[in-house]
Each structure stands twice: as structure tokens, then as C-alpha cells.
Write a protein of this length. Sequence first.
Lengths: 387, 185, 323
Amino acid sequence: MDLTARLLRAAAARPRLLVLTTPGGTPVRLAVEREARLRDWPVAATPADAGLLVLAGPGHPGTAPAVERLWRDMPGPRARLHARHPDEVAAALDAARARLASPDLQRADAAARPAAPPPDELPMAEQGPDRDGLWLDRLHVPLGPFLPDWPAGLVLRLVLQGDVVQQAALAGPAPVPGPAAGAGGRFWAEPWLRAAAGEPVTIGEAARRRAAAQLDSLARLLALAGRPGQATRARRLRDALLAHAPEPAVRPAVAALHRAVCRWGTLRRLTRGLGVLSTAEAEAAGVSGPAARADGDVFDRCREWLECVARDVRRLDATGPLDPADPVGREGPRGRTTGPLPPSVALAGLLPRLLTGTELAGARLIVASLDPDPDELAAAGAELAHD
Amino acid sequence: MTEVLLAVSGVAALTGGVLVFTLDSMARVTFALLGSLVCVGGVVALLGLPYLGVVIVLMMVMEMLIMAVFMVAYMMNPAGLMPMSMLHNKRGAAAVSGGVFLALVAGIALAPWPDRAGAPPRDSTVQVGAELMRGQMLTMVTLGFVLLATMVSATVLATRRGRYDRFGDDLDRPAHDPVSGGVGR
Amino acid sequence: MTDPMTGPVAGRAAQPVAEAGAWWAVPAAPALLLGLAVLTVAAGAVLDARDAGRAVTPRTALRPLLDVAHALVRQPRRLPASDRLLWRLGVVTVPVSAVLAVLVVPFGGHAVADPSVGLVWFNAMEVLTWAGLWLAGWGPNAALSLVGGYRFLAQGLAYELPLMFALISAATGAGSLRTGAIVAAQQDLWFAVWMPVAFAVHLLGVLAFSFTGPFAYPTGRDLAGGVLGEVGGADRLLLRAGRRLWLAAGAAMAVPLFLGGGAGPGLPAWAWSLVKTLLVLAVLVAAERRLPVLRADRWVEFAWVVLLPLSVVQALVPALVVL
């Protein structure tokens, strides 16, 4: 065996994944993240570092160009896979890893690679006044549709001066055509939608789903705040809940995570005053749920999630039917599901105002602390497009 | 060995200096200048003043990096994506710099250099320190305060918001800043 | 006024504390540094596995080394309008400066070199990471990467001055910039004991110039990796290695500066140096995983309003004691 083949095999023993989720692909993403965690396959932040492009979820024309661009940006050796269903993830990852380790396939891929397109004419930066009254360059930077720990598909067009956001505009995600827009395409809100459609859903099932959804949001926020260890713990808890772990198994871990996040008040001190949203403002904007109840900044919303999760974990075994009078039945993970539009639409609508004037790091934390669900946004886009 | 290193550092410093005026990207210009200054630090260290030499490297790296921020922020064409020239008033500049160069070389050749009295010190750092802190103490203290006052007043002049804008007319309300700081104001 | 070179320090250093210039020290110092750096990677991998709920086996600790194979087979990346010369220069500067910095760090009784300005040399090499990271952020011509490069400068402006005062405290305590003399001056009492603030600031500084843990801001996840976002292959390996090498170099330097170097009962000097370095590294690895990322808007103000005055007062203590 020649040296290249050996190195390829060694590199493929721990492939680095670039996970791209399409609208409606949340369950597939969860399966990919779980597999990656158990196999110790790191999740890369950019194509420069990744060897395996994982497209999770149903095909979606709106994000296809971005996916192709990232694939073109990914240097070899590389492989890609498209998992449409959670059950096929493990096998698809194995198959892709085999392709990654194959010298023949990789040589063929390198040979078939199209030459890089010539760079576009690069525009000079325009200028404008900044918040301190200086006249500075302005840079147009889109955030999304794919970024690590970002609601996949969401696009925010930012005007930056230095790393200060001067303007922010919402530009996505593209609506989902067809059946993906239905209840099945909105994984986190599914129990409430099913109950509304008259199907029998237990309180325990809904509480479990809501706690998992909020742990998923929390993990993203913790990862962005620079606490990868706690983010991993939140994801483990989320996976345990979705795998029907009984209440006694998760309750101490939830309490321990709560303590760890709040310990020493460092996170509170570092996020104080970021993205302040009072209950009144939130309700005026149509936001319900934890973001409205938190009545405060990024950390208040983080703590609200932790408290919601702690409450929901106590109800995992409740067998009563989900009904709108019940505290669990009233709202899904992001808020009330009974309105004309999914709750994430109002959350996303707040972003341009809350982000203006913040620094990039703060802006990312604010987005993560509101965490609009891309599945709901895409479904709403489809509904709006349909009307 | 020292002579070879000295020659190499000297020539490299000069080359860096020339590159400053021939490159067309602000980032590259900044780092050509930094390279040149690092070589000057090497020359000083090789001449028997290791403290000053290493401090030149240390300070110049920090200073040129801050410089890079401003060069990129305020000069057009920071990345050199379009052709541009760093040369202005070529004929006058050539005359002035040539004249200065010749005068300095003439100074080297014509100055009556004293013969060495005594042996070189074991550690020149102590002597540099003693010279600055004994003989030139007053100069250094004055210089320090002037520099500090310059920095503070430049910042005050550059800031649009004063403390009354931030803390209110009676200086009694919490600071009103676009981004709050880290010590709880 | 005592002349620092002929004062009590020189008298105390009657037996040579750091023997400089042994030929084998030249390859040994980088090798030891690399060994310590790999150790921090392995420790990180074990702690990661524990967090992720994976079984911890001996292989767990070594799995991150597979990234070396990944880096070696990786094809180079071409980006439109990138400045490859400056990019490469920046990437190489970070690990190279770490190796150059440890040349003056005494380990046991030995150092590659013990120049009269060893401490300033270490500081100057550390400042080279400013250039390295800014260039690594500038080179690829990508917005998020550039923001990462600038973030390191913002962070540097905050940590560098307190760090310098911490180093100066140790130098003042010994009355010399020679690392060997600083070790010799601690034969009775470690500097960490009576300069705790300087020691703590030095440890914070180590995390900062290794841009890791609370100071991973330039490579933040919110910037999709920032400075690390666009580098792949060998370049990425160099930058990541530079990060771990600097962590190890900073820990190795903390021992002669504040923990009495190789001094200790029973064991030979090299063993004490190794034990102390490993302990400092353990503290650093634990700290980098516990603290959240300090964003520059919060950290700069804290550094200037709290840390800098504290470290100036700290520097005043040895100045008053020694003079």
C-alpha cells in the first residue's frame, strides 16, 4: 500500500463533517450530530476544514446553490452524502467514509474538478458614517444560509463597519414547496400541530419534544458563547430525551447543566445588556413563549430555557392528552402554535432591530438566544407564497 | 560571523525599506516596513546592545500592527487589488533623500571617532538603564508625561461623546454607551 | 542603589543555575515543547470524550493526531484575490515564534541560550504572534477571517500591557532580565508566593497569546472559525500546532519566572521542572475549558480598568523590596 493510500485511510478514520441542513431536515440533522458525537467525527465550521459534506434533510431548491458553492470550495480529498431520513444516516456516513478513503475515487474527483472560475470584479468598499461620527468603509456581508450553530437557511444581510452591524435585513429562508411544509416538516412543533389536527398526543410526549428543542437551542447558544463542553452536554441530554430516556435518568443531568451554565455568573456578566427584549415589546411583535417570558437580555432567555427544560422534564411521564388549557399544550418550544403564522416568524422579524448597532459576536449571540426555527420559517414562507 | 550577520541584516533592512515604496498593497507595505525595522533591531543587537535590539523588535511589531489597522482603514487600495504608486513628487523626494544619504555617509567618513577606552561591558543593559534613569532621568520623566498627555488629549479630541453625553448633565446616570463595557457600568 | 549585576543576586547565583549552550539542548528544547503540546491535545481529547459520553480508551487520547494525516493529504486551497505570501508568512510565524521563545526558557539546569535579555526575548517572540494572526486573518481575503485577525489585535491591546508588567515584576524581583538569574533569585521564596497577581496575569496572558479557551475570540465559532476558518491542510496544522506550542511555551516559562525553576527537594532539577510545567499546563487546560469566550468589548475594559492597575501595583512591590 502506498503512502498516499495509508494517509487517506488514516485521515478517513476521523473525517471532519460539514453538516448542511435543509428546511424540514431537523430529525436528520439530529441523527447526524448524534452519530458524529458518538464516533468522534468532528463537526467542521467551514469547507476549508471539512472532508465530508453531509446534506441533511429533503432536497430543497432554495439552498441548492449555496450547497454547491460550499462543495466547490471544499478541497480534496472529499466526499458528500445526502441523507433524507434519520434511519439512513449511519449507513450513509459509513459509505461516504469508504469513498473518502479510496485513492482511486479521490484521484478521479481531483481530476474531474472544474477549474476555479475567474474571480469577479471586486468592488471597492463604499463608505458611510459610523456610530462614533467617523466616515468609514462599509462592507456587505451576508450571514447564512449555512454557518456553524446557525438556524440553517436563515439569511441576514448585514452592512458592517469594522465588526459593528450598521444595518441588518432578513432575506431568507426560501419557502419549501410541497409536503415538507406540513406538520412532518416542522419537527419541533409536531406534537402541537398533530394535537391541533385531532390526533391523540400525550402531555409527556409534547413536554419531551419541547425540552429537547430548547436544549438544542441552548447548545447552539453555549457553543457560540465559547462553552463547547456544556454545549456537548446539552446535546447529549437532547439526544437522551429524544431516545425516550426516563425522567430519573435526565433530571440530575438537567440540574447539573443549569448549575454549570450559571456558575460564577461569568456567562451572565459576558452577555448582560445584549439584545434586550421586554415582554411588552415581544408581545407587541407577536412573540410568545420563552423569549417573551424572559423579559430581558441574552442570558435571561438562556436561563428561561433552562427553567422550561427543568419544568418539562418533570412531566415526561404525564399521560394525559395534550390540550390547549394545559401549560404544555398552550405553547410549543418557540411559542404559541395556534396563531396564523408559526412563532419563529415573529422571532426572526425582531432580528433586524435587535442586531443594529451590535458587534458581530453579540449579534450571533442574539440570534442564537432567539433561535428561530428554520423549519417553521420555511413553512411560513410556503404558506405566504401559497396565499 | 557577526560581520556576516551584520551585513545580511543591514542589506535586508535596506531592501525592506525599498520595498515599502515599490509594493502596491498597504498590508504588504506595512510588513515590508516591519521587516526592515526588525532587521534594524538585529543590527542594534549585533552591535552589542541586545536589550535595545530586542526591544526595537518588540515595540515595532506592536506598533506596525496598529499601524496596519490604520493604513488599511484610511488608505485607498489596502489589498493592492488595483495598481497604485506610493511615490509622490519623485524628483524632489529623490533629491532630498539622496542628499541626506550623502550627508550621513560623509558624517561616517569625516567624524573623528574616538579610540576605545576600557573593555566593553559584560551587560550593556545595566548601562543603558543607568544612563536613562540616572543622567537622563528628568528628560525621560518629562518625555513620558508629554507622551501620555498627547495620547489622552488626542483621544479626547477624537471622541465625539464626552462624559456629559455618557453620564448625563449631573454625571449621575448610568453610562449611555452603544456597547457597554466589562466592569459593570 | 544596588547595582543589579553585582548585588545580592549575583552572589546567590554562585553555583550556575542555568547551563546554556549544550549542543543537545538545541534539538531537545523544540522536541520537549512539541511533546508537551501533544500532551495538551491528548488531555483535551480525553476531556472531550468524557463530555460527549464516549468510552475513554488509550486510543481516545491519540485520535486527534489523525488530523495530521488529514492535513498532509489535503489539497491546497485557492481563493480569489487572496494574498498567499502574507497568509503563509502569518501561518508560519505563530509556531516558529513559539519555538524561538523557548530557546531562553531554562528547563532543569539547562537552556539553549541564557542571554542577558532572555525575558525581553520571550516577550518579543510572543508579540510576533500579533503579526502572525493578523496576517493569517488578512491573507485569505474573507470577511470573517479578517474580523478574526482584528479581534486578536483588540485582545492583544488588552492583555499585553498587564502581561508586560507581570514579566517586569519577576525581572525586578531578580534584578535581571536573564532567566537564569530570575530562577536563582527564587532559591528562598518563589515569586508566585509574593507576586501572586503577576503569576495570575502571566497565566491569563498565556491563554491569551495561545488564543485558546476564554481568548479563543479570534478563532470564534461565531466567525465560523475566524482566523482558522479559511486555512486548510498543512497551514491549518501549523496554526493549530502554534496554538498548542504557545500554551506549552507559556507554561514552561511560568516555572522559571514564578515557581523557582528546577528547585525542589529530592528529585533532580529536570524532574522538578517537568513536574511543575505539567502542573501549570493542567491548570491552563482546565481553565481553557471552564471559562466562556471573553468578547473584546467586555475584556478590554476589564483589562484596562482592573488588571492593568493591579499589575502596576504588583510591579511596585518587588521594586520597593529590592531597591
